[in-house]
Design a protein around this ligand. Structure first.
Ligand code: SAH
Ligand code: SF4
Length: 362
């Protein structure tokens, strides 16, 4: 089927999405032009900033793809002090980011849960409730999610990683701590608690097919998700998946597929927030700007204190070592402008989808 005919549809089938994910040359240009216009017509050209603070690389999980998995004895473990986290949050507030993301390895001990709760309250208090807080701290109980929500966090990112259960099993250890159903249930719990809920997938995993990616897009739509962060899978030498690296697409192909996934998702869900993720930038320094120019509308510059930024290494060649300073924020604003977008300062940048969804429900 012609790309033009597919783009005019109101509902898309898996076969349509496979065609869009595979398209090249003039068809690709047409797809990208369409979703750029769709983003501009629905949300305008504004980009929301989130200052990313990587609070710790200590993790109780053992995901087979991740460089900070528990069993990686090569990883230099760290955790930021409360003071460092608060200073980074204040930096974000003073530099008009509007929002921060607290991300880290998963921990479920009571001390950790309480500490996060207190940090959220303190950051809200110091910013006169002004700073939006997104969390990305893995699988927790409903009670924990609720406590953190009540403390003032209002968005949460928990990727499904892949919507294909068999593939999920292949990229995680086979034990109850790493079950697909637990992950799925956590995403539902987050929605139930009232969070703007974000999920996403990795693109270009070993054993993953374009059919799987089309299913991922349909899954995100079916889950009625408010925000999505997805990006290319990048191999890390100290992980079990490293031994499958000969099965991978070249990185440039993974980047291309990543951009196609973002473009297709914008087509399916015009009013959600879609992040231009760091993994895109790891392959191409302009990867995030390319994503913004075809439909993404969120960017998450790294504002982790520099001393620890190198230790939060989910994959090889992690970029962002020069981000977060005032000068680099200015440079980023400039390159975002070149991609046809404009940073919206001091805004929480909530997902329009969430606003419309809650209005409907309320
Ligand atoms: N521990 C939390 C947050 C940190 S990991 C969690 O797992 O949700 C955040 C995301 O990094 C994961 O969801 C995964 O999609 C991504 N990630 C981990 N290892 C990766 C790799 N090797 N390549 C690309 N993305 C990776
Ligand atoms: Fe831990 Fe998240 Fe990495 Fe899994 S992906 S090992 S939960 S940091």
């Amino acid at each position: 089927m012609e790309i033009e005919t597919i783009l005019k549809k109101k509902e898309w089938e898996k076969t349509d999405l496979i065609t869009l994910l595979n398209c090249r040359d003039s068809a690709e240009e047409e797809l990208f032009r369409h979703t750029r216009q769709l983003r501009n017509a629905t949300l305008g050209n504004s980009v929301h900033m989130r200052g990313l603070i990587e609070i710790s690389n200590i993790c109780i999980k053992d995901c087979l793809y991740c460089g900070i998995r528990k069993s990686n004895s090569q990883a230099q473990r760290y955790q930021l002090e409360d003071r460092e986290i608060i200073e980074a949050a204040v930096f974000a507030y003073q530099n008009h980011y509007g929002s921060i993301v607290l991300q880290g390895g998963e921990r479920t001990d009571p001390g950790f849960i309480l500490r996060i709760e207190n940090l959220i309250k303190e950051i809200k208090r110091l910013s006169g409730q002004g700073l939006g807080i997104t969390l990305s701290l893995g699988e927790q109980t409903e009670e924990t999610y609720q406590r953190w929500f009540d403390a003032g966090a209002h968005r949460y990112l928990l990727r499904i990683e892949t919507s294909n259960k068999e593939l999920y099993r292949k990229i995680h250890p086979d034990n109850p701590q790493h079950h697909f159903h637990t992950r799925l249930n956590c995403i539902r719990l987050l929605q139930h608690c009232g969070y703007q809920t974000g999920t996403g997938v990795m693109i270009g995993l070993p054993f993953q097919t374009v059919e799987d990616l089309a299913d991922d897009l349909l899954f995100l739509k079916e889950m009625d998700i408010d925000m999505v962060g997805m990006g290319p899978y990048l191999e890390h030498r100290d992980t079990p998946l490293w031994s499958y690296r000969n099965l991978l697409l070249p990185q440039t192909e993974r980047l291309r597929l990543g951009l196609h996934m973002i473009s297709c998702l914008r087509l399916l869900m015009p009013d959600i927030n879609i992040a231009a993720t760091t993994a895109l930038q790891a392959i191409d320094p302009q990867g995030r700007e390319q994503a913004l120019s075809i439909g993404a509308n969120v960017i998450m510059p790294n504002i982790t204190p520099l001393g620890n930024r190198g230790n939060y290494r989910l994959y090889e060649n992690k970029p962002g070592m020069d981000e977060g300073a005032e000068e680099s924020t200015r440079r980023l604003a400039e390159s975002i402008r070149k991609s046809g977008c404009e940073i919206q300062p001091d805004a929480w940048g909530d997902s329009l989808h969430f606003e419309l969804r809650t209005k409907k429900e309320g």
